[in-house]
Design a protein around this ligand. Sequence first.
Ligand SMILES: [Zn+2]
Length: 297
Amino acid sequence: MQQLPSNFLDWHRKFASENACIRELERHRWPNGFLCPNCGHDQAYRLKHRHLHECKACRRQTSVTAGTVFEHTKLPLSKWFAAIYLMSADKGGISAMRLSKLLGVSWPTAHAMLRKLRQAMGNRDRAYWLEGIVEVDDAYVGGRRSGKRGRGAKGKTTVLFAVEKRGNGAGYMAAQTLDRLDYSQVRRFAERIVPDATVHSDAFSSLKALAERHRHEARVTPPEKVDEWLPTVHIVIANLKRYLLGTYHGVSRTYLQEYIDEFVFRFNRRNWESQLPRRLIQAAVDHVPIPIRLTHV
Ligand SMILES: [Zn+2]
């Protein structure tokens, strides 16, 4: 696997030019060399326009940024690459204010860049299934205070969590904001878990949807015993709440899922921390762009 610079100075030196960034995107998009999406031919002319390849067989022009986070961007790719490093390098993430100062871009631009990268992270992780023993629980998240079902729920969002239990630790996780904790939304979330998994939860009625496609073990748990039955998911929920308060000082409902996606992306790759910037490039290249209004980026 290709090694990329591990410190910011070397990273920025490597990706200081538009050309170097394009070459890197090409490596991620076409790891085995160019492939024409129209006819499958593997030879192309590189056009002077920074992003374009023209197929030598069918003449179709393909942009290396089409279908990626960087499609139609007006920013130099070197700024995107710097943002990718800065966002991945710190466990706590980076705020739009800080990123705007470091890159010399406006706050709305920095905010939009971070949103796009978070969406790419979310898309990447939604492609994976959880397996084995999976603990599922819900929590109220957001705003300045967080609570448990029925407590302090004002201004909070219901979030459903699923975490693989591996021995005394955690495997992969998923988390989804819900309008409310009802049967159909729980059932949809359960599609993120492989059908032959065993799901642990408490006995809340909406969570019975977990029994439709999975082996479901539900226990009535008094609050003081809940950490014994669902220890892994509760550690993760506590970590997420700390993360949101630490870096972002509380997050509004509008962006909560995106912040959660960033937390999950980092959590699921916590054993490959040094590779995070490279993996974020890959997620950004595989990304199917969501049409949100980001005209200034
Ligand atoms: Zn072609």
